[in-house]
Design a protein. Structure first.
Length: 413
C-alpha cells in the first residue's frame, strides 16, 4: 500500500485520489461524499471508496494544511498504530508552503445541538480562528474505563504533542466479536489497543486519558468534512463518528441557509427581461423568475415564486394545491438552458430535453413556497449538455435530477 501526499492549488481543499483505478478517481473530503460506515469515516464517489479517513484529516487540520491531494493505491488508508502519528510525520517531512491566499474558516455563529441516545454534541460561537473542545467520555458504571474529561484548544504544537499520539481503542469483548466476524484476525494486542477489566492487554496507555484524547482526534478529523476550518466551542459527551457527522450536517445546513439568504438579497444576475431574451418560453410555461447566482457556464441558482395564481393549481388539485412534479423538472431544465447558453458557442441555441436520470421528489411544493433551483454543468459539448439539478424550499431539498439536453438552433421569431 502506498500513499502520496501532494501539494494542491489554492482553494482546492483536501482531495483523496484513487490512483489504482484505470481512470483516476478524485473524492473531495466533504460531507456530501460521506458514505455510511460503522465506527469510522469513509468517502465515496460513485462505486469508488476511501475508508477510514479521519486520522489523516485530523493530521491535516492539526498541522494547519488547507490544500492537499492524498493519492493512494488502495481503498483504505494505512492504519499505522491507530493514531495520526504516521500522517503527522509524513507531512512534517514534506514541509508546508504558504500559498499567499486567505484560509477558509467557518465560524460557528449560533448554538447547535445534536443528540443520539444519551450522546450529544453542542457547538456555540467562540473566537475567530480558534477551536476549543471539551470532551466527556463516560461509558457508565460497569465499563472497563472510568470517566475521562479532556479540555483542548487546537494549536499545531498541542495537536502534535497531546492528541496525535492517541490511538484507536476497543474493549476486549468488542475485539472478540470482531475476530468472530473474521476482522482483524492478523492483529495482536501489540498492534491494537485492547482494553480489558484491568486496563490495556499486553500494551500500555500513552496517556492516562488516551481514550478521550483519541475521541478528540476523531472529532477534529470529522470536522474537516465541513470543507473549511471549523472555529468555535464544542462540548462532546460520548459522541462517535455518526454524531460527529450529524454536527457537520447541521452546521452545513445553517451555512447554506445564510448563503441563500445573502444571495436572495443580491441584485439579480438575470432579471425576467434577460431571461425572456434567452429562453423561448412564455406564460404559462416560463418557470424562472430571476437568476441570483451565475458562475460562468458552471453553476446557476434561480428563483421561482410559487403563488396560488398559478394556472395549474386550478386542477392540481382542487382543495389541495400541489405543484406538479413535472413542472419542477421543467423549471430545472429552463435554468439549465440559461446556464448552458452562457457558453459563447451556444448563443442562440435552445436546450431540448433528451433524458432524465436519478429523478427524486422529496416533498410537495405548495402555494407560498419559494422554489430555489440550482443547476451544475456536468458535461457540455457543442451539441449536447448534461446538468445536475436540485430544487429546494429554504434548506429543504424537494427534488433532484440529472438532465441531458440536445442543443438546437432556435427558430427565427
Amino acid at each position: 500500500m502506498t500513499v502520496r501526499l501532494r501539494p494542491a492549488p489554492p482553494d482546492s481543499g483536501v482531495t483523496f485520489i484513487r490512483a489504482d483505478r484505470t481512470k483516476r478517481v478524485a473524492i473531495p473530503a466533504r460531507l456530501e461524499n460521506l458514505t455510511k460506515r460503522a465506527r469510522r469515516s469513509s468517502l465515496k464517489n460513485g462505486t469508488v471508496e476511501v475508508e477510514t479517513v479521519e486520522h489523516c484529516l485530523a493530521a491535516v487540520r492539526g498541522l494547519e494544511i488547507d490544500n492537499l491531494d492524498i493519492e493512494l493505491d488502495n481503498s483504505e488508508l494505512p492504519a499505522g498504530d491507530g493514531s495520526s502519528l504516521a500522517f503527522v510525520a509524513a507531512l512534517n517531512d514534506a514541509g508546508v508552503v504558504n500559498q499567499g491566499v486567505e484560509r477558509r474558516y467557518y465560524d460557528i455563529e449560533e448554538t447547535v445541538r445534536v443528540t443520539e441516545g444519551d450522546a450529544e454534541l453542542v457547538a456555540w460561537p467562540g473566537e475567530h480562528g480558534k477551536l476549543d473542545i471539551v470532551y466527556e467520555l463516560d461509558y457508565q458504571p460497569g465499563a472497563h474505563l472510568e470517566r475521562q474529561v479532556f479540555r483542548f484548544t487546537l494549536t499545531r504544537e498541542g495537536f502534535v504533542n497531546d492528541v496525535a499520539p492517541a490511538r484507536t481503542f476497543v474493549f476486549d469483548y468488542e475485539a472478540e466479536q470482531l475476530r468472530k466476524a473474521g476482522l482483524g484476525t492478523h492483529l495482536g494486542y501489540k498492534d491494537v489497543l485492547v482494553i480489558g477489566k484491568s486496563g490495556p492487554i499486553e500494551n500500555e496507555f500513552r496517556f492516562p486519558d488516551e481514550c478521550v484524547r483519541h475521541k478528540v482526534l476523531d472529532l477534529v478529523g470529522d470536522l474537516m468534512l465541513m470543507g473549511a476550518f471549523v472555529c468555535g466551542r464544542i462540548y462532546a459527551r460520548r459522541s462517535g463518528h455518526s454524531l460527529n457527522h450529524e454536527l457537520v450536517r447541521a452546521l452545513r445546513t445553517r451555512l447554506r441557509a445564510h448563503e441563500l439568504a445573502a444571495d436572495l438579497l443580491k441584485p439579480s444576475r438575470l432579471d425576467i427581461r434577460s431571461i425572456q431574451r434567452t429562453l423561448p418560453h412564455r406564460y404559462p410555461m416560463l418557470l424562472i423568475d430571476r437568476v441570483v447566482e451565475l458562475d460562468g457556464d458552471r453553476f446557476a441558482r434561480g428563483i421561482k415564486n410559487v403563488t396560488i395564481n398559478e394556472p395549474f393549481f386550478t386542477g392540481h388539485y382542487p382543495g389541495q394545491p400541489i405543484m406538479p412534479g413535472v413542472l419542477i423538472i421543467e423549471a430545472m431544465a429552463q435554468l439549465s438552458g440559461l446556464l448552458l447558453s452562457q457558453k459563447l458557442e451556444h448563443t442562440g441555441k435552445v436546450a431540448v430535453l433528451l433524458s432524465l436520470e436519478g429523478v427524486k421528489f422529496r416533498r410537495p411544493v405548495v402555494p407560498g413556497d419559494q422554489l430555489i433551483i440550482e443547476a451544475t454543468s456536468m458535461r457540455v459539448k457543442s451539441r449536447t449538455g448534461q446538468t445536475s439539478c436540485a430544487a429546494r424550499v429554504g434548506d429543504e431539498l424537494v427534488a433532484e435530477a440529472i438532465i441531458r439536453f440536445m442543443l438546437v438552433d432556435a427558430e427565427p421569431a
